[in-house]
Ligand binder design. Structure first.
Ligand SMILES: [Zn+2]
Length: 326
């Protein structure tokens, strides 16, 4: 009797073991497209973690800050030969079919970057009159250099940069001194993206964007996250990669180190009213339509002149991204 029972247990075990093996061969199940109630970018959070782990980073960034101020003051934050062209390497790190975004969706992201950084986005006309004088053409061009597709077993990725490491089932950056590396993947923690500022470790340099926020629903078919489906997450993250801070300075009435952006209480979400004012000193109208705020994709459509000068300084001779300006 006992022998029979053991045999039965063994049979059941083998049955389940086979089931497990069979399941492993099944195609991966699709998960629902992430839907988010607010914009969340972890660039500042990641910076704080990196500075804690690498005390020399704070010093490097202080030097970059001094360089930026000097370069802007001397008027040298200008385009080299009239244009800066940025080759972009896109790493599509995917598990499900939906995460393996199409070439058309990748290209639509490059197109959005070119529009937003050259003030040719069709919604540029929505900038309210009181900010029209601040609206700018950054004058940087983006060219898709390479798309790398990497199938992974990981369901989602955090901010520990594993997605940027081939040794961790991610995809390592290609020549970050001469390419903007952009990772498209399934981010956890309801994140839309994060970026690394100039001065950080080259091995993790670049921007990371939630796969369903890459590209524009108006330009390419795909599965998109509502309200964050026009490619502005990448515009925002590339702004960080070019040394822009969040417009509220990541503090109550904080500083974004830019002269012509108004002081914001904190981040704005959704689509605020044009007359929305800050309660910081002078109660200025807030520039919530700036790409470095947290509003919906459809409600951000400008960089400011001061942000342009700050971004271009990183490409000046001896700047942290000087290789792109040569
Ligand atoms: Zn951000």
């Amino acid at each position: 009797m006992k022998r029979v029972t053991l045999a039965s247990i063994a049979a059941v075990f083998i049955f389940f073991a086979c089931q497990k093996n069979d399941a492993a061969k099944e195609p991966v199940e699709e998960t629902a497209t992430p839907q988010l109630t607010e914009r969340k970018c972890a660039a500042d959070e990641v910076l704080q973690q990196q500075m804690a782990a690498d005390p020399a980073l704070r010093q490097r960034m202080q030097e970059i800050e001094k360089f930026t101020s000097r370069t802007i003051a001397s008027g040298n934050a200008r385009l080299v030969n009239g244009v800066i062209e940025i080759p972009v390497v896109v790493h599509v790190v995917y598990r499900t079919t939906a995460e393996n975004i199409s070439d058309a969706q990748v290209q639509s992201q490059i197109d959005v970057l070119n529009e937003d950084f050259n003030n040719t986005n069709t919604d540029r006309t929505k900038v309210p009159d009181h900010f029209k004088g601040d609206q700018t053409n950054v004058g940087v061009r983006f060219v898709l250099a390479q798309t790398i597709r990497k199938q992974t077993k990981k369901r989602s990725w955090g901010t520990n940069d594993d997605v940027k490491r081939s040794s961790r089932d991610g995809s390592s950056p290609i020549d970050p001194a001469n390419n903007l590396n952009m990772w498209s993947c399934n981010l956890s923690q309801s994140l839309l993206g994060y970026a690394q500022f100039p001065g950080g470790n080259p091995a993790t340099d670049g921007v990371v964007v939630l796969y369903s926020a890459v590209g524009s629903k108006d330009k390419a078919a795909g599965t998109y996250t509502s309200n964050y489906n026009l490619g502005r997450t990448a515009t925002h993250e590339v702004g960080h990669w070019m040394n822009l801070r969040h417009i509220w300075g990541d503090a109550t009435c904080g500083s974004d180190l830019v002269g012509d952006t108004p002081q914001h209480n904190t981040s704005n979400g959704g689509c605020p009213s044009a007359t929305h004012r800050s309660t910081c000193t002078g109660t200025p109208l807030e520039m919530w339509m700036n790409y470095m705020d947290y509003t919906y994709d459809a409600c951000m459509y400008m960089f400011s002149n001061g942000q342009r000068d700050r971004m271009l300084a990183v490409f000046a001779a001896n700047g942290p991204r000087a290789a792109f300006g040569q």
